[in-house]
Design a protein around this ligand. Structure first.
Ligand SMILES: [Zn+2]
Length: 284
């Protein structure tokens, strides 16, 4: 069965000048639509759902536009854009879909910037963390974005129901994830590490997991480890097929939430390959 994509044009309504701009998902959407994917619309998350992860004062400040940092602007109505993106992740978790929404979320923690990092890295609400909390299920969060998800790690560090696993570029923003800690499995790789090292490392990370513990897998699906993007690990389209295959072989109900990836054409083609790799290797 083809994975449904979750998308609303409303997510294009902010940040035209920013690298985390509307074109990255607009172009990806158009490519995936041309390839025959089915799209469904999200509805905005409630404050109750959001407050399972985020501090009430942070939510209040976000609503008031009081949380601007050097690369995460307080756009007009950003709270509404952010909670619709959370809604995408919540719907993805319910239907086993792929949320193609923005803003991304994995750098933002309970109180805003996470683990002492100086910015929230284009993130306002932690979409995947809120969806995992809402599901109440023991979950493996697999973060394939080229950056470490410091926000997600902060939210779940020490949580016995959740394991967070990430392979990411270092040194790079946010500077965290240099080593594994408790339930957070981290592997840092040099810039443009390349396919061989990447898959050796990903397979090592996956081999450390006690899969029987998890009822679901949630993928922080960022594509900026693609060659030339902000956190390149030297990956190309075909490599995303092989990542999708590995996710299928985990043999768990799975959902996907877009994180980074800043070249819309590459994001669209990578998602297509990733979902092909996932769907063609599902044994369920
Ligand atoms: Zn990233």
């Amino acid at each position: 069965m083809k994975t449904k994509l979750i998308y609303s044009e409303k997510c294009l309504g902010y940040g035209t000048w920013h690298i985390e701009g509307p074109q990255r998902v607009k172009i990806a959407h158009d490519i995936l639509q041309s390839k025959g994917y089915e799209f469904v619309h999200p509805t905005a998350a409630t404050e109750d759902e959001i407050s399972n992860v985020h501090d009430l004062e942070y939510i209040w400040n976000l609503k008031k536009g009081l949380v601007e940092d050097s690369d995460t602007p307080a756009y007009d109505k950003i709270f509404d854009f952010a909670r619709l993106s959370v809604g995408g992740a919540l719907l993805a978790s319910k239907i086993g879909g792929f949320s193609l929404m923005r803003p991304p979320g994995h750098h933002v923690g309970t109180y805003g910037s996470a683990l002492g990092v100086y910015t929230r890295g284009f993130c306002y609400l932690n979409n995947i963390a809120i969806a995992v909390k809402e599901s109440k299920k023991p979950t493996l969060i697999l973060d394939i974005d080229g950056h470490h998800g410091n926000g997600t790690q902060e939210v779940f560090l020490g949580d016995e129901k959740v394991t967070y696993a990430s392979v990411h570029q270092s040194p790079n923003y946010p500077g965290t994830g240099g080593a594994s800690e408790a339930n957070c499995i981290n592997f840092a790789l040099p810039r443009d590490a390349g396919r061989k090292i990447y898959f050796e490392t990903l397979d090592k990370a996956l081999s450390m997991l006690d899969l029987g513990r998890f009822e679901q897998v949630a993928v922080s699906a960022g594509f900026d480890a693609h060659t030339g993007d902000l956190a390149s690990l030297g990956l190309v389209e075909q490599d995303y097929y092989d990542i999708g295959k590995r996710v299928a072989l985990l043999a768990k109900p799975t959902f996907f939430v877009l994180e980074g990836g800043y070249n819309g054409e590459k994001v669209g083609l990578d998602i297509d390959q990733f979902l092909k790799g996932y769907e063609e290797n599902l044994k369920i």
